[in-house]
Write a protein that binds this ligand. Structure first.
Ligand SMILES: [Zn+2]
Length: 108
């Protein structure tokens, strides 16, 4: 039994247009706060990817929903592993309340 998969299926899931998320986030990676080059593709480590802010393996993950996804470089997404920082929760809450990410360096 794949626990992660089971949790994913049990969690809320919305249809999400990743390009709308990237535009919402202003093409700034939420992990390293640096711009993402929207022209990169393939498997370039600098390309845009959709990160789940609170990973599915966290007990309180909101799931695959608009307020729990954010733009991240592919390399940043991979290096994050399943770690959840206080900052990630702050971002999720800011998205839920204001609909957009707070300016870099400012916690909600
Ligand atoms: Zn990054």
């Amino acid at each position: 039994m794949d626990l992660r998969r089971a949790r994913m299926e049990a969690l809320p899931s919305e249809r999400i247009n990743r390009w709308k998320v990237f535009e919402r986030d202003g093409w700034i990676c939420h992990l390293c706060k640096l711009p993402v080059d929207k022209t990169l593709s393939g498997l370039d480590p600098g390309m845009a990817s959709l990160d789940h802010i609170i990973p599915f393996n966290e007990p309180d993950s909101p799931g695959h929903v608009w307020t729990n996804v954010a733009l991240a470089h592919l390399r940043c997404n991979f290096s994050k592993n399943a770690r959840t920082r206080q900052e990630d929760w702050s971002l999720h809450i800011a998205l839920a309340v204001t609909g957009k990410a707070p300016p870099p360096g400012r916690l909600f």
